[in-house]
Design a protein around this ligand. Structure first.
Ligand code: ATP
Length: 144
């Protein structure tokens, strides 16, 4: 809808994956709202993203209060806590966010995210293994 936050991305989970993704979006001129449950992570990103909030993103009311339901594009960078990954992702899909990206750490995790209706599932280790093979062979292929 026209009310959605058009040129901005909400990144939930600012670990190695979500954190570097958020910083790269910022360096390329995209506004980023970062959300993480960890105080120290939030402090380390303070002033580096458009906004950073410490919150448990599995809480639907909290997400609404933060305006996460208004974003056109969202990324779930939570991996090892699969329950949190699934809960947060299902909230974003319930908000009818038109472009949800989510990280998976195993094949079954990826399968569940796809069944939920996630638009783009990323498995950094698997995808980077494939990409590195291409780099080794000298064919730099862009995908995803
Ligand atoms: P990476 O490899 O990207 O560092 P990971 O696969 O180890 O991450 P996790 O540690 O599960 O993934 O989560 C990444 C980030 O998500 C962490 O900074 C963690 O604090 C945050 N996180 C985990 N659960 C929640 C939650 N319920 N709400 C908000 N942030 C969360």
């Amino acid at each position: 809808s026209a009310n959605r936050t058009d040129n901005a991305v909400v990144v939930i989970g600012l670990g190695r994956f979500g954190g570097s993704l958020a910083m790269e979006l910022m360096s390329r001129g995209t506004d980023v709202m970062g959300i993480d449950i960890s105080d120290s992570i939030v402090q380390s990103f303070n002033g580096k993203l458009t906004s950073v909030v410490r919150a448990d993103a599995t809480d639907e009311d909290v997400l609404r209060q933060l305006g996460v339901d208004e974003f056109e594009r969202s990324v779930v960078g939570i991996g090892s806590d699969i329950q949190a990954s699934i809960l947060v992702t299902s909230r974003l899909l319930k908000f009818q966010c038109p472009e949800v990206w989510a990280k998976a750490i195993t094949a079954p995790h990826a399968e569940i995210l796809e069944q939920l209706g996630v638009h783009h599932v990323v498995n950094p280790e698997r995808d980077m293994g494939v990409r590195t093979a291409h780099l080794i062979q000298g064919h730099i292929l862009d995908f995803v």
